[in-house]
Design a protein around this ligand. Structure first.
Ligand code: NAG
Ligand code: NAG
Ligand code: NAG
Length: 490
């Protein structure tokens, strides 16, 4: 189907984001996550990480420490858990080696139960005590470096590095003897630091492997309707620059069983969004729309019979009495229908100025006599329109307006037809029958490849030379964790 687009005549400062010239597989939809989008993602990941870190249980620590004047004391710290994690500042830095997410000034609190016992030199009496302590961890630095690689069309996320470093802890005992405080600080400080670093690193790794499993379950096709799906297989490796991360997907329409057609795109221009710094840019190549058009054309979707129209008099030979007298003479007052077939896949061209669509159709005029349908003439139409595209939810919907059409007589069993006489009738048919039919289909649209849970906000659609770019902010709705069906279809 030939989709199309509204031209936003905003003054656009094109922000050229460096993008690699594709050398590997062809990609027809590319998605660029800008620094703003990466920051949004990072904040989301950090808030997820914080909620997964609290509480984090830490194994108990047991030690015998030597305390002056008292001797050997057996000390146990148990029921340790991390609470109240806070992140001072954070940053996300994409680079060729992977995306680095850094959290600085991270602090948290540990609730601890302590218990000690020791024997006295006076006799077989043992002394013991227990209580609680709170430990404050400050100035923790956490950094995670992630790499993304395309593995057979899926994104494989892996951890290059995951570090957690604690600068300082302070211990606050609730009760207990005064010597105990110093004893715990001296003997346990390093172990507590190590235990916390280890526990946090482990949790983060688990979180990332969960994220990885979500990426693995992303579908490779998103159904559009009964006939077609959008091939959202990742192609090539993601591209990372200092300020952005780009991924490419195949992006063509495929019939849910047959082979793909081959399309060619030239050198990919960069994904360009307006200066208004949106979070992501999704660039759709003209080939995406052409693949849709070819697919529906081949699926024989583009044939229909018209037997009801707003101006019903057109569907009776009496209505043609003065423009095609021989028709009325041969079949007086007979009902008619129109048999419309697209004769070629609709063609479309996207440019800075407009989205142009050309539809080639054959219109056969049928006369109905009793049970017989008698084709009497066939007119070839070339209909030129201008398209507009809008985003409704995640669906890119389009609409076509008629610019002009030309027609010619393909064959006739009723002699020559005067095209200039027929033209107004054709205009009416195109405006009242043809376009509403086409627009009903275009209006269904197709879903942009957005991971479920994320919504597009303040989207802007920018046509450029042979592609349409959707520049948008993204919002997150809580349900990304339901690991099934991550790409929504509406
Ligand atoms: C992803 O990459 C990691 C490390 O390179 C590898 O161990 C793992 O098997 C890969 N996963 C898949 C699904 O290919
Ligand atoms: C194509 O999709 C439709 C609707 O989902 C389904 O009825 C049909 O069986 C599918 N065809 C194939 C070959 O998967
Ligand atoms: C989908 O795209 C991938 C990557 O370009 C390609 O290998 C695969 O054959 C495509 N699938 C279909 C059904 O065309």
């Amino acid at each position: 189907m030939p989709p199309l687009k509204t031209i936003y005549l905003t003054i656009i400062f094109i922000l050229i984001i460096p993008y690699p010239i594709t050398t590997g597989d062809q990609s027809y939809i590319s998605i660029l996550i800008t620094q703003k989008g990466l920051t949004f993602t990072k904040d989301l990941l950090i808030s997820k990480a914080i909620s997964s870190l609290t509480p984090t249980p830490i194994p108990e620590i047991v030690k015998t420490v030597k305390i002056p004047l008292i001797g050997k004391v057996h000390v146990v710290l148990k029921d340790i858990s991390i609470n109240g994690v806070q992140v001072g500042s954070s940053d996300v830095v994409p680079s060729v080696g992977g995306v680095v997410i850094v959290g600085n000034g991270v602090s948290c609190e540990l609730e601890v139960k302590w218990h000690y016992s020791y024997g006295t030199w006076v006799g077989p009496v043992s002394v013991s005590d227990s209580g609680t302590a709170s430990i404050k961890v400050d100035g923790m630095e956490i950094s995670v470096t992630l790499d993304m690689v395309n593995k057979e069309g899926s994104m494989n996320l892996s951890i290059v590095e995951c570090n957690c470093h604690i600068n300082d802890i302070s211990i606050d005992l609730d009760g207990g003897a005064s010597w105990l405080y110093q004893g715990i600080v001296d003997a346990f400080e390093d172990e507590i630091v190590l235990a916390v670093e280890k526990a946090i690193t482990k949790k983060l790794k688990a979180g990332i492997s969960h994220l990885e499993s979500i990426l693995q379950t992303l579908p490779k096709q998103i159904p559009v309707d009964d006939t077609a799906s959008l091939n959202v297989t990742f192609v090539n490796n993601p591209y990372m620059s200092d300020t952005s991360l780009g991924v490419e997907i195949n992006g063509l329409f495929v019939e849910n069983k047959t082979h793909a057609h081959s399309y060619h795109n030239g050198l990919q221009p960069p994904v360009s969004c307006s200066e208004s710094s949106k979070m992501i840019g999704i660039a759709l190549d003209e080939a995406v729309f052409k693949s849709a058009s070819a697919l529906y054309y081949n699926a024989k979707f583009m044939h229909w019979i018209v037997d009801k129209i707003p101006q019903q008099s057109i569907l009776n030979t009496a209505g043609w009495r003065f423009i095609v007298p021989q028709l009325y003479k041969k079949y007086p007052n007979a009902d008619m229908n129109l048999d419309i077939t697209l004769s070629d896949p609709p063609d479309m061209q996207i440019s800075w100025q407009k989205i142009g669509a050309i539809v080639y159709a054959d219109l056969i005029i049928d006369v109905l006599e009793g049970d017989d349908t008698i084709p009497v003439a066939c007119i070839s139409l070339v209909i030129a329109g201008t398209g507009s595209v809008e985003l409704v939810g995640k669906n890119l919907k389009s609409h076509m307006n008629l610019d002009d059409f030309t027609m010619s007589l393909k064959w006739s069993k009723i002699g020559t037809l005067h095209m200039f006489l027929i033209q107004p009738v054709m205009w009416t048919i195109i405006e009242t029958v043809f376009l509403p039919y086409v627009n009903a289909r275009l209006g269904v649209g197709f879903p942009l490849p957005i991971i479920r849970g994320f919504m597009l906000q303040n989207a802007e659609i920018i046509p450029s030379d042979s592609r349409i770019t959707v520049c948008s902010d993204v919002a997150y709705e809580e349900y990304v964790d339901s690991s099934r069906s991550l790409v929504s279809t509406s």
